[in-house]
Design a protein around this ligand. Sequence first.
Ligand code: IMP
Ligand code: MG
Length: 180
Amino acid sequence: MSAPAAPPGIERVLFSEEQIRERICEIGESIAERYRGRDLKLIGVLKGSIFFLTALAQRIDIPIKVDLLGISSFGARKGAPGVVRIAKDLDDTIEGEDVLLIEDIVDTGLTTRYLLQTLAGRGPNSLAICTLLDRTCRRIVQVPVEFRCFEIDERFVVGFGLDYRQLYRNLPYLAVMKPD
Ligand code: IMP
Ligand code: MG
């Protein structure tokens, strides 16, 4: 069975399936070490982070609960920071729980800061951030990223959950797009 050819908009693979799998194993072990003896709730942000959340959860060897949050951001340009609001709320409360917010990418930090503030107001026992990609060079607001798989530079990235106009989320690798 051969892998499907890269779609036309893709310039090159940035992190392969294998590299992503290895990093996720390492991060999963670090998370399990940190939270051992406690139950951990992973909160995924729809839609980008569900691919990462699924792969990561299977690599964390402690009891895990999962809940999902849907956001709408108004800023449809490539990577443009926008105003964020919650479009689909969590199913359950997080009061007294150890919560790990799972992000696809922390870019300007605006989305993550909004989510952190919202979740912190609900009284979790602890609240931390785990992200697949971290682009610190574009940070506008500082957010404490506890666990990260990869640091990246300016170039717009798709795959493994990350989209460009809702496409490319299903690529099993992370790739750089061709410039416009
Ligand atoms: P923020 O700028 O940290 O608020 O990130 C907002 C959102 O922009 C992220 O959750 C992603 O959905 C999107 N985003 C930022 N950079 C990229 C990228 O390189 N590829 C795909 N989506 C991105
Ligand atoms: Mg997006």
